[in-house]
Design a protein around this ligand. Structure first.
Ligand SMILES: [Mg+2]
Length: 374
């Protein structure tokens, strides 16, 4: 189809919410950066990024959109693979190989995929392969927060299981003020709260060196932990290899990998058993699908990280998509009204993929516009 990109709009939104933190980062206000791509055929696509990583310097987002504009205006938005290469890898010398600009590029490529879906009358999920109609979700949470002790942590996790239908939940460890004995109390409290039949995932957000990670893994083997996520600095592939071979726990990694090459290196080092690829980091569905296919070839599964409305089309597109990360309103109160339709977990712990053309989810602009900052 002869269709050309005519206009690109960048908007940023920010709202207050109580601070939470993990092993390495404090998350203050909620933020979302939206891009809207218009075409000469009147079809519009949207993409977004920003997620929960609220400390990102979001002022750069609009500047990078301006930069990419000159490469996109007049181009065919359906050529997502070519655009990803030309604006991604081929810009390495100019922009650097990965970073905030890659996240912005991801939003732009996702918007192009949204257009592609609308042009073809198909969901991105089905365009990517559409292997699964439903996928099991886990509820992300278990953050550190002020006045949040073990009792409050347990209440949160029980709520996730009983009211949100989670069959798997995640908690954070690695706060430098906690240490291994405090953190093991968290893991034990979590296991006690949810009982033996719910999967318990534990995430350190890169907080540990190798020896500490090995020590944690050894302790956590006692609590039937389903996976140990991002124990180490992301590019310390040798440490991943050593850790992975030293523990019976499944190591999960990949939410901060911007390239296929990162995943290839991790896999070549046998560094993890679960890949947390994120289509808003990678950048976009073309690279994310390549990662998923690579994982499949190597007998590995994926459990995408990040905004569930954008990751669902990916995880459900491939047969090795195992789990969807699901952020509940308890992590960000605005979330529950931010997207149409609302994605909820069914009583069996699974979510169902919408089959409307494009992403399958819209942003609630009546709500978001109240928080527009640029
Ligand atoms: Mg994580």
């Amino acid at each position: 189809m002869d269709i050309k990109i005519k206009h690109i709009k960048s908007e940023s939104f920010e709202w207050e919410r109580p601070g939470i933190w993990n092993g390495m980062h404090f998350y203050g206000p909620g933020r979302l950066h939206k891009v809207t791509i218009s075409t000469d055929q009147g079809i519009e696509g949207i993409g977004w990024n920003g997620g929960t990583a609220a400390v990102r310097p979001s002022g750069f987002y609009g500047l990078y959109v301006d930069y990419y504009k000159s490469f996109l205006i007049g181009k065919n938005p359906l050529d997502t693979e070519k655009l990803t290469l030309n604006l991604g890898q081929k810009q390495d010398k100019i922009l650097g190989s990965a970073g905030l600009h890659t996240q912005v590029l991801a939003a732009l490529i996702i918007a192009c995929w949204d257009i592609k879906g609308k042009v073809k009358g198909k969901s991105i999920h089905s365009l990517l392969g559409g292997e699964q109609k439903r996928v099991r979700a886990y509820v992300a949470g278990g953050y550190y927060a002020n006045n949040k002790g073990l009792k409050e942590l347990q209440e949160e996790l029980l709520h996730n299981v009983e009211n949100l239908n989670a069959t798997a939940i995640k908690i954070k460890i690695g706060d430098p003020n906690a240490g291994i004995s405090e953190d093991m109390k968290r893991v034990e409290a979590a296991r006690n709260a949810i009982g033996p039949n719910i999967d318990l995932l534990v995430d350190a957000n890169c907080a540990f060196d190798l020896n500490t990670a090995i020590e944690y893994a050894k302790e956590m083997e006692n609590y039937d932990v389903y996976w140990f996520e991002e124990p180490l600095a992301i590019h310390d592939f040798k440490a991943h290899k050593t850790l992975n071979s030293s523990t019976s726990l499944m190591i999960a990694a990949g939410e901060n990998y911007y390239t296929l090459a990162d995943f290839e290196t991790l896999i070549d080092n046998n560094g993890a058993g679960m890949l947390n690829v994120d289509a808003t980091i990678c950048p976009g569905y073309d690279v994310a699908l390549e990662v998923a296919k690579l994982a499949q070839k190597k007998g590995l599964k994926i459990a995408p990280h990040g905004c569930q409305e954008l990751q669902l089309p990916l995880v459900a597109a491939v047969s090795n998509g195992e789990l969807l990360e699901y952020y509940p309103p308890e992590v960000d109160e605005l979330r529950k009204d931010l997207f149409h339709p609302k994605l909820t977990i069914d009583s069996d712990g699974y979510v169902t993929v919408p089959d409307s053309p494009g992403i399958g989810f819209d942003l609630n602009m009546d709500l978001l516009n109240r928080f527009k900052v640029s």
